[in-house]
Design a protein around this ligand. Structure first.
Ligand SMILES: NC(=O)c1ccc[n+]([C@@H]2O[C@H](COP(=O)([O-])OP(=O)(O)OC[C@H]3O[C@@H](n4cnc5c(N)ncnc54)[C@H](O)[C@@H]3O)[C@@H](O)[C@H]2O)c1
Ligand SMILES: [Zn+2]
Length: 666
């Protein structure tokens, strides 16, 4: 291929991957493969400088600002880091440093390379005034409200160690524990799990609703201090000063006198890093002396005084033998690849998740394909790509089934959803079993002594058909079943009786209405107090609850419409399971809006819609979805639909601007 075309191809590919990675928070290829493409382009540009395009991705940071946040200009550019994957490149880096500094002695500081997103925190007169993303390196997104949810980042500094204005930089991340918890909930609700903690962190920090960000327990490690006045001489002193003043500095850094010590540090952390509460993808090596840093300077894209060493990524390749389709408790059908067993990062992998039909289509999987599997922070390893060069001629493509693999009922796919569902809820065996397993779990009815196998057996023998039937079990129900002694039967029955004391919020979660996780169940109980009230709640009443949107409201309405579900609830009631509970109501901020109803429309300057909704409710008002003659106010933001406006005018409804609404509260 001609060189110029090859270079343009690389530029296009890299731009495409950068866009997916930084804007859509998706990795379409592994980092290692991406870095190879970039290195290849860099090499070609060096050898053929005439063909290098001016705006090549080798010359600037890969990200960009978004339209959804205000953008701010960085006082000091936020750059990337050069990277190496092996010892010899690292020694080359050390030689370049030596050469540039002449005879001067120098030291390095090694830190772990935390795998999240770069954040910049601006302080003025002791107050945190802004939190900004890296963006395109020159300008970033102002995500102040979101970074303020990071508990370890001080919002005020009283120390006199710092000047009036300064900036601290660090890596915002999603702790693996939060990531696992979110994914466990997503999987329990039949949703596609988040791909990895880095992409999840990047997506979370760019969310519009900072209350959702707050629930995700985001964290940060800071690693740099910048400003016009710098109260120290070395990077290490800077880290210490930040740590003494309450900034979250990871204690894992180390000063190294030579490149050999750096290499020792790298190997010491190769395995140990997996015990940390976050993912790390390498080590960052920095010159310690700030004067030397200044003399070494920067390229267009990264400092010359620092470099990243990246650990080889945990990727393996193997053959895909078949695809199984698992039916979850909500009827969602998930493809799972059965692999020729392969060893990866300490475990033998036999299966990998494919998530859904879109993912299967994207991978274009064929029988016996060689696939790449990767283990990040994920629960299950993931197929990240296919080596299409190794595809066998005339290989058959895997096709997503049209009918349920368990009950043969036709599958449906809701508009806008990636998942296929079997809607034969009450007669599809894996759904029945899945719902019972969901019902008995610790966070729900907490019925101990009842394993998956026992449930399978009881369902297969027709002894129970749903979770409510558990309450009809007695010693005689186990007659003729192998392996049950009277002691174990007694234990099961005792656990079942004990579950009648479990509070309603856990019961509601256990009932397993689609999209109702444990947190949402609690919110619903706060507002409705009993299954009775919930089953009669209207769409408007449901969406009035903070965090309950259209999707959840519809799912609740659908659930209570079905006769089978009503019977199920009646059986629980007969068994005296807790179906009501008083949880403290939302604390009222004021009474100014009592008895008034509101419709919210458009986009607002000071509020997210959910915040505005919460504000109205906290002041005693009601939010409804449609305009009628009974409505008191329409709160109108920017870009409100003309039809709504016309209707409100026709019915003589008072229209409030954001300011006028706020004035009502005082
Ligand atoms: N898989 C893909 O599709 C894809 C696409 C684009 C980029 N990427 C990956 O993203 C990376 C490029 O992104 P980049 O420009 O942010 O570079 P980088 O992540 O390699 O290095 C710079 C970043 O490291 C972070 N960092 C973590 N710990 C640090 C510490 N102790 N000190 C200083 N910085 C620290 C900072 O956020 C800094 O911005 C490459 O590794 C590339 O593989 C992947
Ligand atoms: Zn089915």
């Amino acid at each position: 291929m001609d060189i110029q075309k090859k270079m343009q191809d690389l530029v296009d590919q890299i731009n495409h991957y950068n866009h997916a990675y930084y804007q859509l928070n998706e990795s379409l290829i592994s980092d290692e493969a991406f870095d190879k493409l970039l290195a290849e382009l860099q090499k070609l540009e060096c050898e053929n400088p005439l063909f290098a395009i001016p705006n090549s991705p080798t010359q600037h940071v890969g990200g960009s600002i978004t339209k959804t946040f205000q953008s701010v200009t960085h006082q000091f550019p936020m750059l990337s880091l050069g990277n190496t994957y092996n010892e010899s490149d690292l020694r080359d880096f050390d030689e370049r440093i030596q050469k540039a500094l002449g005879e001067e002695p120098y030291e390095y500081v090694c830190e772990l390379k935390f795998d999240g997103v770069a954040l910049s925190f601006w302080y003025e007169n002791g107050k945190l005034i802004k939190g900004v993303t890296r963006g395109d390196g020159t300008r970033g997104d102002d995500i102040t409200n979101n970074v303020k949810t990071i508990r370890s980042i001080p919002q005020t500094i009283t120390s006199t160690d710092f000047p009036a204005t300064f900036e601290v930089r660090g890596e915002g991340y999603m702790p693996i524990s939060s990531f696992d918890k979110i994914n466990a909930d997503k999987i329990a609700n039949g949703e596609a799990p988040l791909a990895n903690p880095r992409n999840a962190a990047s997506g979370t920090f760019k969310m519009q609703d900072s209350r959702v960000v707050a629930q995700r327990n985001m964290a940060c490690f800071v690693y740099a201090y910048l400003g016009n006045e710098i109260p120290f001489q070395t990077h290490e002193e800077g880290l210490k000063l930040m740590q003494e003043n309450g900034f979250p500095v990871s204690a894992t850094y180390q000063k190294c006198g030579s490149i050999d010590e750096v290499i020792q540090y790298i190997s010491a952390w190769e395995d140990k890093r997996h015990d940390l509460p976050l993912n790390t993808d390498g080590i960052v090596i920095k010159i310690n002396d700030l004067g030397q840093q200044e003399r070494l300077g920067f390229t267009a894209k990264s400092p010359r005084w620092a470099i990243a060493y990246k650990y080889p990524s945990e990727i393996a390749h193997t053959r895909i033998e078949s695809v199984s389709y698992q039916v979850g408790r909500t009827g969602n059908v998930t493809p799972v690849a059965n692999l020729n067993p392969v060893y990866l990062a300490g475990t033998v992998i036999k299966r990998a998740s494919i998530h859904n039909a879109n993912e299967m289509e994207r991978l274009d999987l064929h029988v016996n394909d060689t696939v790449f599997i990767e283990k990040g922070g994920e629960i299950i390893p993931k197929i990240t790509g296919v080596d299409s060069a190794k595809r066998i001629a005339n290989a058959i493509k895997f096709e997503f089934p049209t009918h349920c693999p368990a009950c043969d009922h036709e599958l449906i796919r809701h508009e806008g959803e990636a998942n296929h569902y079997c809607t034969n809820d009450h007669h599809c065996p894996p759904q029945i079993k899945g719902r019972i397993e969901h019902f008995i779990q610790r966070k729900a009815l907490n019925i101990e002594n009842l394993g998956t196998e026992t449930i399978d057996l009881l369902v297969e023998r027709g002894i129970i058909r749903n979770a409510a039937d558990l309450y009809t079990l007695n010693e005689a129900s186990f007659e003729g079943l192998d392996g049950f002694q009277s002691k174990s039967i007694a234990n099961i029955l005792t656990s079942i009786i004990k579950s009648k004391e479990i509070p309603f919020r856990q019961v509601l979660f256990g009932i397993g209405i689609r999209h109702i996780g444990a947190t949402i169940a609690e919110k619903l109980v706060q507002s409705f107090h009993s299954i009775e009230n919930l089953s009669h709640a209207s769409y408007d009443e449901l969406v009035n609850v903070p965090e309950i949107g259209d999707r959840i409201a519809l799912s609740i309405l659908d659930f209570f419409k079905e006769a089978d579900n009503q019977n199920f609830i009646e059986k629980l009631r007969a068994a005296q399971v807790q179906l009501s509970e008083e949880i403290q109501e939302i604390v009222l901020e004021g009474q100014a809006l009592v008895g008034k109803s509101f419709v919210i429309s458009g986009v607002f300057e000071n509020f997210e819609r959910d915040e505005l909704k919460a504000k109205i409710i906290a002041n005693g008002g009601k939010v409804v979805s449609s305009i009628s003659s009974k409505l008191d106010y329409l709160v109108a933001g920017n870009n409100m639909g003309p039809a709504k406006l016309e209707k409100a005018n026709q019915l003589n409804i008072q229209i409030l601007s954001e300011e006028e609404f706020l004035a009502l509260l005082t």
